[in-house]
Design a binder for this molecule. Structure first.
Ligand code: NAD
Ligand code: UDP
Length: 329
Protein backbone atom coordinates (compact mmCIF):
# COMPACT_ATOMS: atom_id res chain seq x y z
CA UNK A 1 0.00 0.00 0.00
CA UNK A 2 1.38 3.42 -0.95
CA UNK A 3 1.88 5.91 1.85
CA UNK A 4 0.10 9.24 1.58
CA UNK A 5 1.75 12.63 1.77
CA UNK A 6 -0.04 15.97 2.13
CA UNK A 7 1.82 18.88 0.54
CA UNK A 8 0.62 22.40 1.33
CA UNK A 9 1.58 25.15 -1.09
CA UNK A 10 1.33 22.49 -3.82
CA UNK A 11 0.58 24.98 -6.60
CA UNK A 12 3.64 27.03 -5.77
CA UNK A 13 7.19 26.74 -7.03
CA UNK A 14 8.69 24.31 -4.48
CA UNK A 15 5.38 22.61 -3.61
CA UNK A 16 4.77 21.56 -7.21
CA UNK A 17 8.27 20.08 -7.53
CA UNK A 18 7.72 18.21 -4.26
CA UNK A 19 4.47 16.75 -5.65
CA UNK A 20 6.41 15.46 -8.68
CA UNK A 21 9.13 13.97 -6.51
CA UNK A 22 6.81 12.14 -4.10
CA UNK A 23 4.71 10.77 -6.96
CA UNK A 24 7.92 9.53 -8.56
CA UNK A 25 8.80 7.77 -5.30
CA UNK A 26 5.43 5.95 -5.42
CA UNK A 27 3.52 7.96 -2.78
CA UNK A 28 -0.08 9.06 -3.01
CA UNK A 29 0.00 12.85 -2.96
CA UNK A 30 -2.68 15.22 -1.74
CA UNK A 31 -1.90 18.79 -2.80
CA UNK A 32 -3.43 21.72 -0.94
CA UNK A 33 -3.31 25.39 -1.92
CA UNK A 34 -5.46 28.51 -2.02
CA UNK A 35 -3.56 29.96 -5.04
CA UNK A 36 -2.73 33.21 -3.26
CA UNK A 37 0.78 33.28 -4.76
CA UNK A 38 0.74 29.98 -6.65
CA UNK A 39 -0.61 28.98 -10.02
CA UNK A 40 -2.89 26.10 -11.05
CA UNK A 41 -0.68 25.71 -14.12
CA UNK A 42 2.15 24.34 -11.94
CA UNK A 43 0.15 21.18 -11.16
CA UNK A 44 -1.92 20.96 -14.37
CA UNK A 45 0.25 18.07 -15.60
CA UNK A 46 -0.86 15.98 -12.57
CA UNK A 47 -4.58 16.28 -13.27
CA UNK A 48 -4.97 12.76 -14.68
CA UNK A 49 -2.56 11.10 -12.28
CA UNK A 50 -4.65 8.68 -10.18
CA UNK A 51 -2.21 9.01 -7.28
CA UNK A 52 -2.64 12.78 -7.11
CA UNK A 53 -5.57 14.68 -5.68
CA UNK A 54 -5.99 18.34 -4.92
CA UNK A 55 -7.90 20.31 -2.31
CA UNK A 56 -8.35 24.04 -2.70
CA UNK A 57 -8.15 25.29 0.84
CA UNK A 58 -6.67 28.08 2.94
CA UNK A 59 -4.57 26.30 5.59
CA UNK A 60 -5.23 29.04 8.13
CA UNK A 61 -8.77 27.57 8.32
CA UNK A 62 -9.43 24.22 10.03
CA UNK A 63 -8.23 21.34 7.84
CA UNK A 64 -10.43 18.29 7.58
CA UNK A 65 -9.11 15.19 5.82
CA UNK A 66 -10.75 11.78 6.21
CA UNK A 67 -8.03 9.51 4.82
CA UNK A 68 -4.84 8.33 6.51
CA UNK A 69 -1.84 10.62 6.09
CA UNK A 70 1.69 9.49 6.79
CA UNK A 71 3.72 12.58 5.94
CA UNK A 72 2.94 16.29 5.75
CA UNK A 73 5.13 18.92 4.08
CA UNK A 74 4.01 22.42 5.01
CA UNK A 75 5.18 24.70 2.19
CA UNK A 76 2.23 27.11 2.03
CA UNK A 77 3.46 30.68 2.53
CA UNK A 78 4.25 33.67 0.38
CA UNK A 79 8.00 33.51 -0.19
CA UNK A 80 8.90 36.56 -2.24
CA UNK A 81 9.60 39.79 -0.31
CA UNK A 82 7.31 41.70 -2.67
CA UNK A 83 4.52 39.17 -2.07
CA UNK A 84 4.76 39.22 1.70
CA UNK A 85 4.97 42.99 1.86
CA UNK A 86 1.65 43.14 -0.03
CA UNK A 87 -0.07 40.44 2.05
CA UNK A 88 1.58 40.82 5.44
CA UNK A 89 -1.31 39.53 7.53
CA UNK A 90 -1.81 36.41 5.40
CA UNK A 91 1.93 35.81 5.69
CA UNK A 92 1.81 35.98 9.48
CA UNK A 93 -1.31 33.81 9.59
CA UNK A 94 -0.05 31.02 7.35
CA UNK A 95 3.18 30.69 9.36
CA UNK A 96 1.38 30.75 12.72
CA UNK A 97 -2.29 29.65 12.47
CA UNK A 98 -1.61 27.54 9.37
CA UNK A 99 1.28 25.75 11.04
CA UNK A 100 -0.82 25.19 14.18
CA UNK A 101 -3.55 23.56 12.06
CA UNK A 102 -1.03 21.32 10.33
CA UNK A 103 0.57 20.31 13.63
CA UNK A 104 -2.90 19.41 14.93
CA UNK A 105 -3.59 17.38 11.81
CA UNK A 106 -0.21 15.62 12.05
CA UNK A 107 -0.92 14.76 15.69
CA UNK A 108 -4.38 13.39 14.88
CA UNK A 109 -3.05 11.31 11.97
CA UNK A 110 0.23 10.33 13.69
CA UNK A 111 1.98 11.73 10.64
CA UNK A 112 5.52 13.09 10.35
CA UNK A 113 5.51 16.83 9.58
CA UNK A 114 8.26 18.77 7.80
CA UNK A 115 8.03 22.54 7.82
CA UNK A 116 9.61 24.91 5.30
CA UNK A 117 11.65 27.37 7.30
CA UNK A 118 14.07 29.82 5.76
CA UNK A 119 17.44 31.54 5.86
CA UNK A 120 15.38 34.65 6.74
CA UNK A 121 15.22 33.44 10.32
CA UNK A 122 18.88 34.56 10.47
CA UNK A 123 17.76 38.07 9.40
CA UNK A 124 20.65 40.34 8.39
CA UNK A 125 23.22 37.88 9.74
CA UNK A 126 26.15 38.83 11.93
CA UNK A 127 27.62 35.33 11.58
CA UNK A 128 28.89 34.29 8.16
CA UNK A 129 28.36 31.74 6.70
CA UNK A 130 25.23 30.93 8.65
CA UNK A 131 25.30 27.83 10.84
CA UNK A 132 22.18 26.30 12.37
CA UNK A 133 23.26 27.31 15.88
CA UNK A 134 23.20 31.03 15.01
CA UNK A 135 20.13 32.71 16.58
CA UNK A 136 19.80 35.43 13.95
CA UNK A 137 19.45 39.20 13.73
CA UNK A 138 15.86 40.04 12.84
CA UNK A 139 14.03 43.36 13.11
CA UNK A 140 10.68 42.22 14.52
CA UNK A 141 8.87 45.39 13.45
CA UNK A 142 10.52 45.95 10.06
CA UNK A 143 8.58 45.24 6.85
CA UNK A 144 10.23 41.82 6.46
CA UNK A 145 9.40 40.98 10.11
CA UNK A 146 6.01 39.56 9.04
CA UNK A 147 7.74 36.74 7.21
CA UNK A 148 10.79 36.29 9.41
CA UNK A 149 8.85 36.22 12.68
CA UNK A 150 6.12 33.97 11.28
CA UNK A 151 8.84 31.51 10.29
CA UNK A 152 10.58 31.83 13.68
CA UNK A 153 7.26 31.18 15.44
CA UNK A 154 6.71 28.26 13.08
CA UNK A 155 9.98 26.70 14.22
CA UNK A 156 9.13 27.29 17.90
CA UNK A 157 5.65 25.79 17.79
CA UNK A 158 6.96 22.84 15.78
CA UNK A 159 9.63 22.12 18.39
CA UNK A 160 6.99 22.49 21.14
CA UNK A 161 4.77 19.85 19.49
CA UNK A 162 7.82 17.66 19.07
CA UNK A 163 8.87 18.00 22.72
CA UNK A 164 5.45 18.08 24.37
CA UNK A 165 3.44 15.70 22.17
CA UNK A 166 6.31 13.58 20.84
CA UNK A 167 5.31 14.47 17.28
CA UNK A 168 7.80 13.50 14.58
CA UNK A 169 8.88 16.81 13.06
CA UNK A 170 11.56 18.06 10.66
CA UNK A 171 12.66 21.65 9.99
CA UNK A 172 14.39 22.65 6.77
CA UNK A 173 15.98 26.11 6.57
CA UNK A 174 15.83 26.82 2.87
CA UNK A 175 18.28 29.28 1.31
CA UNK A 176 17.41 31.11 -1.96
CA UNK A 177 16.24 28.44 -4.38
CA UNK A 178 15.36 28.91 -8.04
CA UNK A 179 14.24 27.05 -11.13
CA UNK A 180 11.33 26.48 -13.49
CA UNK A 181 7.82 27.35 -12.20
CA UNK A 182 8.86 30.42 -10.26
CA UNK A 183 6.35 33.17 -11.05
CA UNK A 184 7.96 35.51 -13.56
CA UNK A 185 6.52 38.54 -11.82
CA UNK A 186 6.98 37.45 -8.21
CA UNK A 187 9.70 40.07 -7.64
CA UNK A 188 12.47 37.68 -6.59
CA UNK A 189 15.78 38.53 -8.17
CA UNK A 190 16.10 35.66 -10.67
CA UNK A 191 12.66 35.95 -12.31
CA UNK A 192 12.98 39.75 -12.05
CA UNK A 193 16.28 39.88 -13.97
CA UNK A 194 15.27 37.21 -16.49
CA UNK A 195 11.90 38.89 -17.15
CA UNK A 196 13.63 42.23 -17.61
CA UNK A 197 16.13 40.72 -20.06
CA UNK A 198 13.34 39.04 -22.04
CA UNK A 199 11.28 42.24 -22.24
CA UNK A 200 14.31 44.35 -23.19
CA UNK A 201 14.21 46.35 -19.95
CA UNK A 202 17.15 47.50 -17.84
CA UNK A 203 18.10 45.21 -14.94
CA UNK A 204 17.17 46.71 -11.57
CA UNK A 205 19.86 46.17 -8.94
CA UNK A 206 18.74 47.23 -5.47
CA UNK A 207 21.26 49.20 -3.40
CA UNK A 208 24.83 49.18 -4.70
CA UNK A 209 24.58 45.47 -5.48
CA UNK A 210 27.28 44.50 -2.97
CA UNK A 211 24.80 42.41 -0.95
CA UNK A 212 25.29 38.68 -1.53
CA UNK A 213 23.11 35.64 -2.00
CA UNK A 214 23.83 31.94 -2.64
CA UNK A 215 21.47 30.34 -5.15
CA UNK A 216 20.43 26.70 -5.04
CA UNK A 217 18.91 24.88 -8.01
CA UNK A 218 15.48 23.38 -7.28
CA UNK A 219 16.42 19.72 -7.92
CA UNK A 220 19.18 19.92 -5.32
CA UNK A 221 16.82 21.55 -2.84
CA UNK A 222 14.14 18.88 -3.33
CA UNK A 223 16.71 16.11 -2.86
CA UNK A 224 17.86 17.70 0.41
CA UNK A 225 14.28 18.07 1.67
CA UNK A 226 13.46 14.47 0.76
CA UNK A 227 16.50 13.15 2.60
CA UNK A 228 15.76 15.29 5.65
CA UNK A 229 12.16 14.08 5.83
CA UNK A 230 13.36 10.48 5.74
CA UNK A 231 16.07 11.10 8.37
CA UNK A 232 15.52 10.88 12.12
CA UNK A 233 16.77 14.42 12.90
CA UNK A 234 14.27 16.85 14.46
CA UNK A 235 16.42 19.99 14.67
CA UNK A 236 16.77 22.58 11.87
CA UNK A 237 18.99 21.81 8.89
CA UNK A 238 20.23 24.34 6.32
CA UNK A 239 19.67 23.31 2.71
CA UNK A 240 21.15 25.60 0.09
CA UNK A 241 24.08 26.11 -2.22
CA UNK A 242 27.08 27.74 -0.50
CA UNK A 243 28.39 29.32 -3.73
CA UNK A 244 27.96 33.02 -2.88
CA UNK A 245 27.79 35.94 -5.32
CA UNK A 246 27.10 39.67 -5.06
CA UNK A 247 23.92 40.86 -6.74
CA UNK A 248 25.86 43.20 -9.06
CA UNK A 249 28.10 40.34 -10.26
CA UNK A 250 25.00 38.23 -10.63
CA UNK A 251 23.40 40.88 -12.84
CA UNK A 252 26.49 40.70 -15.09
CA UNK A 253 26.11 36.90 -15.29
CA UNK A 254 22.49 37.33 -16.33
CA UNK A 255 23.48 39.85 -19.00
CA UNK A 256 25.95 37.32 -20.45
CA UNK A 257 23.51 34.41 -20.24
CA UNK A 258 20.57 36.22 -21.80
CA UNK A 259 22.55 38.27 -24.33
CA UNK A 260 20.52 41.35 -23.42
CA UNK A 261 21.93 44.68 -24.59
CA UNK A 262 20.25 46.51 -21.70
CA UNK A 263 22.18 48.01 -18.81
CA UNK A 264 22.04 47.75 -15.03
CA UNK A 265 20.19 50.51 -13.17
CA UNK A 266 20.34 51.03 -9.42
CA UNK A 267 17.30 51.41 -7.14
CA UNK A 268 16.95 51.86 -3.38
CA UNK A 269 17.86 48.90 -1.21
CA UNK A 270 14.69 47.55 0.46
CA UNK A 271 14.54 48.09 4.25
CA UNK A 272 16.40 45.37 6.20
CA UNK A 273 17.53 43.60 3.01
CA UNK A 274 20.17 41.16 4.35
CA UNK A 275 23.66 42.22 3.27
CA UNK A 276 25.14 38.74 3.07
CA UNK A 277 23.86 35.22 2.96
CA UNK A 278 25.60 31.89 2.59
CA UNK A 279 24.55 28.59 4.13
CA UNK A 280 26.99 26.50 6.10
CA UNK A 281 25.90 23.05 4.94
CA UNK A 282 28.31 20.95 7.01
CA UNK A 283 25.40 19.47 8.96
CA UNK A 284 23.46 18.44 5.83
CA UNK A 285 26.63 16.94 4.37
CA UNK A 286 27.24 14.86 7.48
CA UNK A 287 23.68 13.95 8.40
CA UNK A 288 22.11 13.48 4.97
CA UNK A 289 25.17 12.83 2.83
CA UNK A 290 23.80 15.66 0.72
CA UNK A 291 25.36 18.49 -1.20
CA UNK A 292 24.27 20.47 -4.26
CA UNK A 293 25.19 18.98 -7.63
CA UNK A 294 23.93 21.58 -10.12
CA UNK A 295 26.19 24.59 -10.62
CA UNK A 296 24.80 28.07 -11.18
CA UNK A 297 25.60 28.18 -14.90
CA UNK A 298 23.68 24.94 -15.57
CA UNK A 299 20.75 25.81 -13.32
CA UNK A 300 20.40 29.33 -14.72
CA UNK A 301 20.39 28.02 -18.26
CA UNK A 302 17.55 25.57 -17.53
CA UNK A 303 15.63 28.33 -15.74
CA UNK A 304 16.12 30.85 -18.53
CA UNK A 305 14.95 28.27 -21.10
CA UNK A 306 11.79 27.87 -19.03
CA UNK A 307 11.09 31.61 -18.89
CA UNK A 308 11.90 32.00 -22.60
CA UNK A 309 9.12 29.56 -23.42
CA UNK A 310 6.40 31.42 -21.53
CA UNK A 311 3.69 33.07 -23.61
CA UNK A 312 3.88 36.75 -24.57
CA UNK A 313 0.88 37.30 -22.31
CA UNK A 314 2.72 35.86 -19.30
CA UNK A 315 5.90 37.74 -20.14
CA UNK A 316 4.15 41.09 -20.27
CA UNK A 317 1.93 40.42 -17.27
CA UNK A 318 4.55 42.42 -15.39
CA UNK A 319 2.00 44.01 -13.09
CA UNK A 320 2.05 42.21 -9.77
CA UNK A 321 -0.44 39.49 -8.78
CA UNK A 322 -3.77 40.89 -7.72
CA UNK A 323 -4.17 40.29 -3.99
CA UNK A 324 -7.28 42.45 -3.55
CA UNK A 325 -9.60 39.52 -2.84
CA UNK A 326 -7.39 38.33 0.02
CA UNK A 327 -6.56 41.52 1.83
CA UNK A 328 -9.66 41.81 4.00
CA UNK A 329 -9.42 38.26 5.30
P1 NAD B 1 5.43 30.15 -3.80
O1 NAD B 1 4.82 31.47 -3.52
O2 NAD B 1 5.73 29.78 -5.21
O3 NAD B 1 4.55 28.99 -3.18
C1 NAD B 1 3.81 29.13 -2.00
C2 NAD B 1 2.46 28.46 -2.21
O4 NAD B 1 1.72 28.52 -0.98
C3 NAD B 1 1.61 29.16 -3.26
O5 NAD B 1 1.11 28.23 -4.19
C4 NAD B 1 0.50 29.81 -2.45
O6 NAD B 1 -0.70 29.96 -3.19
C5 NAD B 1 0.37 28.85 -1.28
N1 NAD B 1 -0.23 29.45 -0.09
C6 NAD B 1 0.14 30.60 0.55
N2 NAD B 1 -0.66 30.83 1.60
C7 NAD B 1 -1.55 29.80 1.65
C8 NAD B 1 -2.62 29.47 2.52
N3 NAD B 1 -2.97 30.25 3.55
N4 NAD B 1 -3.34 28.33 2.28
C9 NAD B 1 -3.01 27.51 1.24
N5 NAD B 1 -2.00 27.80 0.38
C10 NAD B 1 -1.29 28.92 0.59
O7 NAD B 1 6.78 30.06 -2.93
P2 NAD B 1 7.93 28.96 -2.89
O8 NAD B 1 9.20 29.59 -3.31
O9 NAD B 1 7.48 27.72 -3.55
O10 NAD B 1 8.04 28.72 -1.33
C11 NAD B 1 7.43 27.60 -0.71
C12 NAD B 1 7.83 27.52 0.76
O11 NAD B 1 9.24 27.44 0.88
C13 NAD B 1 7.39 28.73 1.58
O12 NAD B 1 6.99 28.28 2.85
C14 NAD B 1 8.65 29.56 1.69
O13 NAD B 1 8.66 30.33 2.86
C15 NAD B 1 9.72 28.48 1.72
N6 NAD B 1 11.02 29.01 1.24
C16 NAD B 1 11.27 29.16 -0.07
C17 NAD B 1 12.48 29.68 -0.48
C18 NAD B 1 12.85 29.84 -1.93
O14 NAD B 1 13.96 30.31 -2.21
N7 NAD B 1 12.04 29.45 -2.88
C19 NAD B 1 13.43 30.08 0.47
C20 NAD B 1 13.12 29.93 1.82
C21 NAD B 1 11.90 29.37 2.20
N1 UDP C 1 17.12 42.34 -5.91
C1 UDP C 1 17.59 43.24 -6.85
N2 UDP C 1 16.77 43.54 -7.91
C2 UDP C 1 15.54 43.00 -8.08
C3 UDP C 1 15.07 42.07 -7.12
C4 UDP C 1 15.89 41.77 -6.03
O1 UDP C 1 18.71 43.75 -6.75
O2 UDP C 1 14.87 43.34 -9.08
C5 UDP C 1 18.00 42.01 -4.76
C6 UDP C 1 17.33 42.13 -3.39
O3 UDP C 1 17.43 43.46 -2.89
C7 UDP C 1 18.15 41.14 -2.58
C8 UDP C 1 18.53 40.06 -3.59
O4 UDP C 1 18.35 40.65 -4.87
O5 UDP C 1 19.32 41.73 -2.09
C9 UDP C 1 17.67 38.80 -3.51
O6 UDP C 1 16.33 39.22 -3.49
P1 UDP C 1 15.10 38.21 -3.52
O7 UDP C 1 13.86 39.03 -3.52
O8 UDP C 1 15.29 37.24 -4.63
O9 UDP C 1 15.20 37.35 -2.18
P2 UDP C 1 15.70 37.61 -0.68
O10 UDP C 1 16.94 36.81 -0.59
O11 UDP C 1 15.96 39.06 -0.41
O12 UDP C 1 14.60 37.07 0.13
Amino acid sequence: MSKTVLITGAAGFLGSHLCDRFLKEGFKVIGMDNFITGDEKNIAHLKNNSKFSFIKHDVTEFIKIETDIHYILHFASPASPIDYLKIPIQTLKVGSLGTHNLLGLAKAKKARLLIASTSEIYGDPLVHPQTEDYYGNVNTIGPRGVYDEAKRFQESITMAYHRFHGLETRIVRIFNTYGPRMRLNDGRVIPAFMGQALRGEDLTVFGDGSQTRSFCYVDDQIEGIYRLLMSDYAFPVNIGNPHEISISDFAEEIIKLTGTTQKVIYKDLPVNDPLQRQPDISLARKLLDWEPKVNRAEGMKITFDYFKNLSEEELYRSDHKDFSSYNNK
